[in-house]
Design a protein around this ligand. Structure first.
Ligand SMILES: [Zn+2]
Length: 248
C-alpha cells in the first residue's frame, strides 16, 4: 500500500525547536515505507520557513512536498510572502499553529482567503479550540481546513475529539489529520461517521521515540490495525491528501 505522510516537521514546535534535515526525513521515510511527505517548519518566520522547505524540496523533489508556515503579524507583509510561495515557488499548502498565531479571524482571515483563492489546504493545529475551528470553517467555506491531531495533540478527552468529528460532519471543508492521535477508538468512530474520505494520515515526525523510523512505523501501524477495508486505508494513507494537493 502507498503511504504519504501529510505532517512532517523540518522544524518542530517542541521546547528544543528540534530540526531535521531533508536527508534525515527521507531516510526515515525509506525505513518506514513512506513514499512522499508534506514538510514544513514552524517556530520561525514565514520567510525562513519558505527557505527551509525550498532547500529540502530541491534536494528531494520527488519525495517532499512543501507547505509555507503562516505567521501573520501586524506591520509585516507576510501575506505577500505566502502568496509568492504558493504562486511562484511550488508550495502546496499552508501550516498554521495556534501556539504562535492567534486564530482570530482578523489575523488569519486573509490567509484563509488566500488559501481558498489558490485552492490549497490549511493544516491547522488549533490546540483543542473547537470553537475557533468552527468559526473559521463557517466563515471560510471555500477553504480546506485540515485539523491537526483530530483537534488535540495526544488528546485523551474523547468528548473533545468527538466535538471535532462533529465539526467535520457539519462542514464539508474540514478534514481530520490523524497524527499524534492516541484514542484509536475515536479514529474508528470518525470513519463510521464521516467516511474514510475526510481522514488524513500523518506522523508529526520525525521524532525520536525511540528512533525516527520506529516512530513512523508505529504511526502507520496504529491506522493499519483498525477495522477498515483496504479501500478506506488507501484513502487515509495517501489518496485523500494526494487529491487535496492535486497530485493524484
Ligand atoms: Zn506537528
Amino acid at each position: 500500500m502507498r503511504i504519504w505522510d501529510s505532517h512532517v516537521h523540518l522544524k518542530h514546535g517542541d521546547a528544543d525547536r528540534t530540526e531535521y534535515s531533508a536527508a534525515q526525513i527521507v531516510s526515515t521515510m525509506d525505513a518506514a515505507g513512506i513514499e512522499r511527505s508534506v514538510v514544513f517548519a514552524m517556530s520561525t518566520t514565514t520567510e525562513r520557513s519558505v527557505e527551509m522547505a525550498l532547500e529540502a524540496v530541491r534536494e528531494f523533489p520527488d519525495r517532499l512536498i512543501p507547505y509555507v508556515y503562516a505567521l501573520p503579524q501586524y506591520g509585516h507583509a507576510v501575506l505577500d510572502e505566502i502568496a509568492r510561495a504558493l504562486t511562484e515557488q511550488g508550495f502546496r499548502g499552508i501550516k498554521i499553529h495556534a501556539g504562535e498565531c492567534t486564530l482570530a479571524e482578523y489575523v488569519v482571515g486573509p490567509v484563509f482567503e488566500l488559501a481558498a483563492r489558490r485552492g490549497v489546504p490549511c493544516l491547522i493545529d488549533c490546540l483543542g479550540n473547537v470553537r475557533a475551528a468552527e468559526r473559521l470553517a463557517r466563515a471560510f467555506p471555500g477553504t480546506i481546513q485540515i485539523v491537526a491531531h483530530m483537534g488535540c495533540y495526544l488528546g485523551t478527552d474523547a468528548r473533545l475529539l468527538e466535538g471535532f468529528i462533529a465539526l467535520a460532519q457539519a462542514h464539508d471543508n474540514v478534514y481530520l489529520d490523524l497524527s499524534g492521535v492516541v484514542l484509536l477508538e475515536q479514529v474508528q468512530q470518525a470513519v463510521g461517521r464521516l467516511g474514510a474520505g475526510r481522514l488524513i494520515f500523518g506522523t508529526d515526525g520525525p521524532q525520536q521515540a525511540p528512533d525516527t523510523a520506529s516512530f513512523a512505523r508505529l504511526a502507520i501501524r496504529k491506522i493499519d490495525v483498525l477495522d477498515l477495508a483496504d479501500d478506506q486505508k488507501e484513502d487515509i494513507f495517501w489518496r485523500n491528501i494526494a487529491g487535496l494537493l492535486r497530485l493524484a
